[in-house]
Design a binder for this molecule. Structure first.
Ligand code: 13P
Ligand code: 13P
Ligand code: MG
Ligand code: MG
Length: 365
């Protein structure tokens, strides 16, 4: 049976500030998706949050980009925005950049990751959700999962994965994409993935049969809005086991809290800290950036789960290290490279401050 997983997310209001989610928003979203399930539009769903981002995890038979599913997500976010406004939550409707739905939720603000596949005999799926960062944050872990034999033993050992994976990479500035093959084009892949503010992974396929393996959200709010409206706070779907990387191989890269852009005012580099659901509450300097992982076993489209995959002492050291890195970076205050480079700051309110001082600059005599 062909199943579609759609993970659609938006920040429709923070509680308190940008730190977490008010339970009333989760309740409202659940109510809407339950109604859609009762009508037969959804097979199953799970609603949760990472920080101030509301995540709708939905399974159905409509395929990728199905208008009805996108409308359901859009209407749900709109109704949750009304709840957020009533409660005077912070930044109510923050990611809702349009007031009209036009057939797809893409380009309207919310983030979208979707994939359709034939459900296997057993289908473990991991859904990652991040707060206070942008889609490029997935480049390093995804490269390690699907391209690095020092991370993923299966690339060496498992004959079904030994052929490697194809990476479809998107240039978010030019709106172009390229598909490169790993391991043959490994060094070419890294030319792009190493520049995560511009190049992001759109999808990863198993080379031997073209099966879809991973799909992240790639939406960049600042490019849609032309100004800073909050960080993108991306999501990611990864299939695991039996010819894909094992669950533990998918989680392994997150034991290294790599530096990502985001954090305070979306304008700083900080470590990505893997946390259990209950700790997805970025508070110190609005961070440091967080990632949670929800594990599901699909059961004819039904979502058995979630398991809270980072709720495990084996990630304690990553969290400690992330706190050490946070201490170190914070000591730089407003200096780069803690603060993002000037090109990235163009979308923030910094240029307004600079403009005020324009008249004070003189030609060098
Ligand atoms: P405002 O307080 O002006 O909304 O901007 C700061 C912000 O939201 C970052 O936390
Ligand atoms: P969010 O993108 O999570 O709303 O964070 C915005 C921000 O400016 C935090 O300081
Ligand atoms: Mg917010
Ligand atoms: Mg957020």
């Amino acid at each position: 049976m062909k199943i579609t997983i759609s993970v659609i997310k938006a920040d429709v209001g923070g509680y308190v500030g940008h730190s977490a989610m008010h339970p009333a928003l989760i309740e409202k979203a659940k109510e809407n998706l339950e109604a859609a399930k009762n009508k037969g539009q959804l097979i199953d769903f799970w609603v949760m949050n990472c920080g101030d981002d509301l995540d709708l995890i939905m399974t159905h038979k409509g395929g990728v980009g199905e208008k009805g599913i996108h409308r359901l997500a859009w209407d749900t976010f709109m109704e949750c925005t009304q709840v957020a406004k009533k409660l005077k939550l912070y930044g109510a409707g923050q990611d809702m950049l349009s007031d009209a739905f036009s057939g797809t939720i893409k380009g309207l603000g919310p983030g979208v990751a979707e994939m359709e596949f034939e459900e296997r005999k057993s289908e473990p799926v991991l859904i990652f959700m991040a707060d206070k960062t942008s889609p490029g944050a997935w480049n390093l872990p995804l490269f390690k999962i699907f391209g690095d034999p020092f991370n993923t033993a299966g690339l060496v050992i498992d004959p079904h994965m030994h052929g490697g994976f194809k990476f479809r990479i998107l240039d978010i500035l030019e709106g172009k994409q390229v598909t490169l093959s790993c391991p043959e084009e490994l060094y070419d892949i890294l030319v792009f993935l190493g520049a995560p503010s511009r190049y992001v992974i759109e999808a990863i396929y198993r080379k031997s049969d073209g099966e879809i393996a991973a799909v992240p959200s790639t939406q960049k709010l600042s490019l849609i809005a032309g100004r800073y409206v909050g960080k993108d706070d991306p999501v990611l779907i990864v299939r695991a086991q039996s010819g894909f990387p094992a669950v533990g191989e998918v989680l392994e890269p997150f034991a290294f809290p790599h530096l990502v852009e985001g954090w305070m005012r979306g304008s700083h580099h900080g470590p990505l800290m893997p946390v259990p659901f209950k700790n997805a509450t970025p508070s110190r300097f609005d961070g440091p950036p967080r990632v949670v992982a929800a594990g599901f076993q699909l059961n004819n489209g039904k979502l058995e789960g979630p398991r809270d995959m980072f709720d495990d002492p084996s990630f304690d050291r990553a969290r400690e290290r992330a706190n050490d890195i946070a201490d170190y970076l914070r000591r730089h205050g407003p200096f780069e490279p803690h603060r993002l480079p000037l090109e990235a700051m163009e979308y923030t309110t910094l240029p307004e401050v600079r403009k005020k001082l324009e008249g004070r600059f003189e030609e060098v005599k």
